[in-house]
Structure formats: C-alpha cells, structure tokens
Write a protein that binds this ligand. Sequence first.
Ligand code: FAD
Length: 576
Amino acid sequence: MKTNEVEVVTHDVLIFGTGLAGLRAAVEIARRSRDSINMALVSKVQIQRPHSVCAEGGSAAVLRPEEGDNLDLHAWDTVKGADFLADQDVVSRFVELAPKELLLLEHWGIPWSRRPDGRIMQRPFGGHTFPRCTMAQDKTGFFEVQTLYDTLMQYRNFARYDEFFATSILSKNGEFAGITGIDMATGKFMVLRGKAMLIGTGGLGTLYGFTTYSQTVSGDGQAIAYRAGINIEDPEFLQFHPTGLIPSGILMTEACRAEGGQLKNSKGERLMQAYAPKMMELAPRDIVSRSEMTEIKEGRGFEGPRGLDYIHLDLTVVGAECINRALPLIREVCMKFNGLDPILEPIPVRPVAHYSMGGIEVDINGATSMRGVWAAGEAACCSLHGANRLGANSTTECIVWGGITGEQIADYIKTNPSLPDVPQEQVKAETQRIYGDLLQKQGTENLYDIKRDLRELMDRCAGVYRTKDEMSAGLKDIRELKERFGKIYITDKGSAYNTNLINAMEVENLLDLAEMLVAAGLAREESRGGHARYDFPDRDDEKWLKHTLVSYSPEGPKLSYKPVTITKWKPVERKY
Ligand SMILES: Cc1cc2nc3c(=O)[nH]c(=O)nc-3n(C[C@H](O)[C@H](O)[C@H](O)COP(=O)(O)OP(=O)(O)OC[C@H]3O[C@@H](n4cnc5c(N)ncnc54)[C@H](O)[C@@H]3O)c2cc1C
C-alpha cells in the first residue's frame, strides 16, 4: 500500500455522508447558490445507497389541518414522546418546517401513496395522536433518497467521492480545514480541503449484535467529530424498536401495527392492554419495548434461538388485501428470510437496537462548536427527539435540517471566502496512525472477534433495561476490548478495497462510541425514554432533566451537562 503520497483536492463545501440529510443539504446549497458553490459528495458506499434507503414506514408532518391535525399537536406528541428531554424551540421549528419540506419533495416528484380521492395518504404511527405519517408504500426512504438524488442531478457543480472512507477532521485554530480519507477502490490516501462541511453520516446501529442496521453503519462521523474535539450529546439514549424479526433483526416497520397488526404474548393476549390501554400497539417505542421485555422476563414470551426470546406480531388479523397493498416489503422479507407468510402466521419479534437519539452536539441551526462544521440527520443531536424518538420523525428531521444546514452553509460561503491552510502536522499524524501503526500491527488478536465480543457485550449491558452492575462490568469489558484492539493484526496489506483496514477503523470508532454510551448511561441514575434502569425505575426531573455532554480526553470520555430548553410544555407523567 502506498503511503508516501497524499493527494490534496480543494472544494468549497464537503458533504460528508449522502443520506437524506446530506443529499437535502447538497440540493439546498446548489439551489441557493445557483450552482456556484463547488461541493464534494463523500460516501463510504455508493452515493445513492445510504442507509436511508431502508426507511420503511414514513415521514411525519401536519398536512391535514382541516381534518383536525395541527402543529401544536405534533409538537406535543413529540415532546411527550421524548419523555420531556427534547429542546422545545427545536421541536417548534421542526413541526413548522416539516409540511413545507414534504410538499417540496412532492414537487420534486416523490410518488407519495395516495388516498382514493387522490390526496396524499397519511397513516397512524406510534406516539402520534393523529394519522400524520406520510409514506410511499413501505419503501419511503428509498423513494425519498431517489427523489433528492434526481433533484441534485439537475446541478453540475459537485464531485462524487463514492466509496471514500473518511478518517479524520482537520482544523486550524478551531476552524475547519478539511478531512482525510481513503479512496477505497485505489487505496489512495487523500486530503479533501474545504471552507465548510456538513456531517450527515447517520447512526451507529452495528454497535449492537441484534440491530436493524446493516454492517456499514458504524457511527464514524460521531467518533471522528468526538476525536476532533466536538462534543457528543445524550449518547445513552438508544432506541430499541419493538419489532425486530427473529433472528436477523430486520425491521418489521411500525406501519405493521399502524395497519392493525397486534402484539401477542404466549397466552395469545394483546400484551399492550396491560401497559398502554389507550394507544395499545401504537404507544411510543420506549414503552412498547419495555412492555415486551417485561412479558418475556415474566415468562409470557416464546423461547427463541441464541437467547432471542420473542413475542408475536400478528398480521393475520390485518388481512391479505391490506398486507399486499400497504406492506408488500414486509411480506416479502418474512417469506424470504423466515419462510413464513404473515397473511397466515404470526411473526416472531423482539426489541431491536434501531436509532441513536444522541449525536454530535449542534445548535438549532445545526452548527457544531467547530467553525465551518454543521451536522444533521441521525449523526447529529439538536435535541429534537430527546430521550425517545417518535416513529416517522427521523426522516423528516433529516430533510428539515438538511434544508436548514444547506441554507446556513450557502450563506457562510458567501461571507467567508478564505480557505484555511492544510494543517500538515495533523495529516502527518493521521498518516502515521493508519499506515505506520494500524496497518503494521502484528499482534495476536483477531479484529472480528473483538467486534463480535463488543456487540454481544452491548446487547447484554446496555439493552432495553440496564443496571449499575451490568453497565459497570460492561465499561470495564469495553476498556479491555480497547486494550485487545491495540494487539490486532491486519492480514491484508493491499491497496484496492482493503476492507480489513477499513473494518479496523470502524471497530475503533465503535469502541469509542460504546465507551461513551455506557459511561453516560451509568451516570444517569433514572429511567427516561430509551434509557431504562431496573435500579432507578422512575424518571427524576429534579436531578436529571438535563442533557449529557461528552467530550474527548485521551484518558476516556468526560461528562458534563446542560439544561433542556422548555418553552411551553411542562413535564408531566406519561400515560398512553
Ligand atoms: C430499517 C430502518 C427503517 C427506518 N424507517 C424509518 C421510517 O420509516 N421513518 C423515519 O422517520 N425513520 C426511519 N428510520 C430511521 C432513519 O431511516 C434514519 O435515521 C435516517 O435515514 C438517517 O439518515 P442520515 O441522512 O442521517 O444517514 P444515512 O442515510 O445513514 O447516511 C449516512 C451517510 O454517511 C456516509 N458515511 C458514514 N460514515 C462514513 C465514512 N467514514 N466515510 C464516508 N462516508 C461515510 C454513508 O456512506 C452515507 O452516505 C429507519 C431506520 C432503519 C434502520
């Protein structure tokens, strides 16, 4: 592998991650600047294959005020769903911009599902008290990505960096200067310079063994930003979706329950009757996941493989016509992966790691603490979702804050024409880290064993329910895994598609993220949203109505806290 040449390429703006958030920002920058701002589109997979294409259920927005929905209702559902940890100024801005953004997608050509009268169809979704989930069948993310990609293709002033793995952020005196990364096809190490950057690198799902995310989603953006000195906010709030298919973890979208699917225990009872009698299966995800785990723990589940005990998602009550019309992907997945037809049989499911409410700390405009760097989408935390995200609010968030950050960046470029110098010492240090250290490792530890052990450990110690003992032991084990990581070996020394080396960097990122998630969870002695503890079963607003901030130090994560912005809605007990 060549290490002595570093190719430097300059752009105005780097779009680091081309999921819904990154693509929407890129379109906004192109639109606002009339294609005069030059962009680099950077993705470790093919540009039009971000994980956003997997979003199934839909995107939430108020489109039917004349039928009873309104912005305050969407905001209240979001704040209550968030277990009151959401910043309420952010929520208000979100619900206001959401309808405009979904209609903009409509103008750009997205094939939203339609009602018989031809108007855009919306269906119920978990935690929403009005049917405001807008969808394109059960393939919403795919069509949203395709629509944004097609819209971007009307512009010319960008370069594509498909299959480019970014490794670090470069900065000078607190100001953004560029990123380093590897062109995976050739193995070439490169510096992409820019005046500004959007981080839209998505979630960190593969931190867990049982997850809805594919292997590419490893929280790189969060880990890279953290090491560059940008805070991470609220990492302990990890969402477990109630219906992950056994044993693969593939998502059985909430739309299954929105269309009438029922959750049943081994006695054939609809289990949500005991926990959320009003909203039943469409209570927020934290509540449904906790309920399922209680049923399983108290012996009313079914025994599953590898300890994956489960309950039933019963779609037989929904009927063939509805399944074929509204949930064709779900039926196809059940038949192909489990050999079962949901028209005839119930689906085995359990809570599955699905979404990170926490992320890179940003303000209401998506700006990070590093001048010239914005973040949006799942990688960021502006805190719209607080302690628990409502279904269908994430894809909309990506699009709303993609638009906001795109506007901010376009304005910034207009007024900040200077390009910071490349900090050569940082480039040298990164070259040394990758090629002088990582690639040369001749240890005895297998990287993939470490990754498997980490994911099993996270399933065990930071699942739906957590305890002090489990998290303390988990934190110790994570630190041991970090030590083992220092003794790995990289078998592949080649240049082209050295996935062995890329995987090593991904695992290193996951180890940092695991450490901060568990450290923050251990410190938070209460149960709120996606962070539920057996030893502290109640929400404690007096001590814990605050956001966690995690900053990097060579010794490990440092924790501090900041207040939640409450504008209108005082915390109350959540009942559904
Ligand atoms: C199965 C599933 C179904 C879902 N369904 C819904 C739904 O119906 N409604 C809803 O609101 N939400 C849903 N979600 C959540 C939602 O889809 C995601 O939160 C959202 O799409 C994330 O988009 P993003 O733009 O932040 O990131 P992504 O779409 O994940 O894109 C990340 C980008 O960053 C790039 N990247 C990452 N690391 C690097 C690196 N080191 N170097 C270079 N590039 C990098 C990737 O290549 C990619 O281009 C679902 C999630 C899952 C897993």
